[in-house]
Design a protein. Structure first.
Length: 115
């Protein structure tokens, strides 16, 4: 199982960015896929999740209405579309899945919101 995030970068407040998580070794369609983030000096926090075998989606209150998680089964990827970004969205964004009681994380991608 491997997860690889991409798409991070520098964006101005109010701007948009799209992150992608490429999975290998398992089908993303069959498992919960989540995005987390870690701001400087803070712990890792939940951002969004999409269920396998269905369309159940959950968001953190702080990103509800601004972020959109989606899944492309053909490409075996999960994306996070981030709109109307704020300074507090800055951090390293990680993709995560869980299989047979084991969590798997990607290496993370840096997102910086700055004017």
């Amino acid at each position: 199982v491997q997860l690889a995030e991409s798409g991070g970068g520098l964006v101005q407040p109010g701007g948009s960015l799209r992150l992608s998580c490429a999975a290998s070794g398992f089908p993303v369609s069959s498992y919960y896929m989540s995005w987390y983030r870690q701001a400087p000096g803070k712990g890792r926090e939940f951002v969004a999740q999409i269920a396998g075998f269905g369309s159940i989606i959950n968001y953190a209150d702080s990103v509800q209405g601004r972020f959109d998680i989606s899944r492309d089964n053909a490409k075996n990827t999960v994306s996070l579309q981030m709109n109307d970004m704020k300074f507090e969205d800055t951090g390293v964004y990680y993709c995560k899945t869980r299989r047979a009681g084991t969590e798997y994380w990607g290496q993370g991608t840096q997102v910086t919101v700055s004017s």
